[in-house]
Ligand binder design. Sequence first.
Ligand code: SF4
Length: 174
Amino acid sequence: MDYESFLKDLDTRLELYFQEHQSFIHCKSGCSFCCEKGDYPMSDIELRYLMKGYAGLDNETKILVQANIKTIKKGGTCPFLINQKCSVYQYRPIICRVHGLAYLCKENTVKLPYCTNNGLNYSQIYEDGEITINPITENLDTPNLIKEFLKTIEPQDTINQTDYVIKNLYDWLK
Ligand code: SF4
């Protein structure tokens, strides 16, 4: 399976998950909270796909992104956020696709989006550090999903060792 087909499958599952939890989700066009503060960890394959999106941008937007990359700060705004919108939305990494959902990750802990603490997703059912509904049961952490993708690649295909490495966007771009 190629990466784009993998993403298509993932997006189909995510759409169902967002529907399942829609009463607790506050994500809407114009909200860029999750793109303004973060590390945006991703694998090499996701970065290459992101840059494919960048390559397809018009020159004006490319110049704005380049300027953001020059001033990128650790834990700060994503350089691909332009006018409060993701300029590479179709090409965004896994962490951006799953952001907003509460899901079960390793050791059965629940991962909540950090906007819960800011009165956004799941905030109305958040009590004493926990949510009062069942989280999504698929582990949507990037390392887990990338591993799942790599398993779909035929053994005879060449997998770059760097595909396994996950780094923050700042560290990839600096
Ligand atoms: S890649 Fe797009 S969705 Fe992801 S943090 Fe950057 S601007 Fe936001």
